[in-house]
Design a protein around this ligand. Structure first.
Ligand code: 5GP
Ligand code: ZN
Length: 112
């Protein structure tokens, strides 16, 4: 999608701090980190949100999930991490390209 911020990050049109990529996913540091480690994990194909997933995306989503623990460990998060997916306006999603927040470090605020 030509006017999508994260698609432009994938192509390099908008710079970012990239930490990992393979043929399916792209991982980079959040520009406004809310924790000592705050990565964004995104599919290379444009998907608006979790709401737009279909069974065609099954292999892609499972690939992303399976990468998350290794990505966390690669950032030194040996004792756990947090993942967040905001979906749609009421879910607080600001960028319309599916992304998983991967957060970690000591002193993450309690979530309850
Ligand atoms: P959302 O609120 O949609 O779940 O999260 C979007 C995230 O994208 C936010 O945490 C925000 O800081 C991050 N973000 C927005 N614009 C940019 C950018 O240009 N570069 C990077 N690296 N992160 C961005
Ligand atoms: Zn996109």
């Amino acid at each position: 999608m030509s006017d999508c911020l994260f698609c432009k990050i994938i192509t390099g049109e908008i710079p970012c701090s990239n930490v990992f990529e393979d043929n399916k996913i792209f991982v980079f540091k959040d520009i406004n980190p809310r924790a000592a480690v705050h990565l964004l994990v995104i599919p290379k194909i444009h998907i608006d949100s979790l709401d737009e997933l279909s069974s065609d995306h099954q292999a892609l989503i499972s690939h992303i999930m399976l990468q998350l623990p290794d990505l966390a460990r690669s950032q030194g998060l040996d004792n756990g991490f947090r993942t967040i997916i905001n979906t749609g306006p009421d879910g607080g999603q600001e960028v319309g390209h599916l992304h998983i927040h991967l957060l970690g470090g000591k002193d993450l605020p309690s979530f309850n």
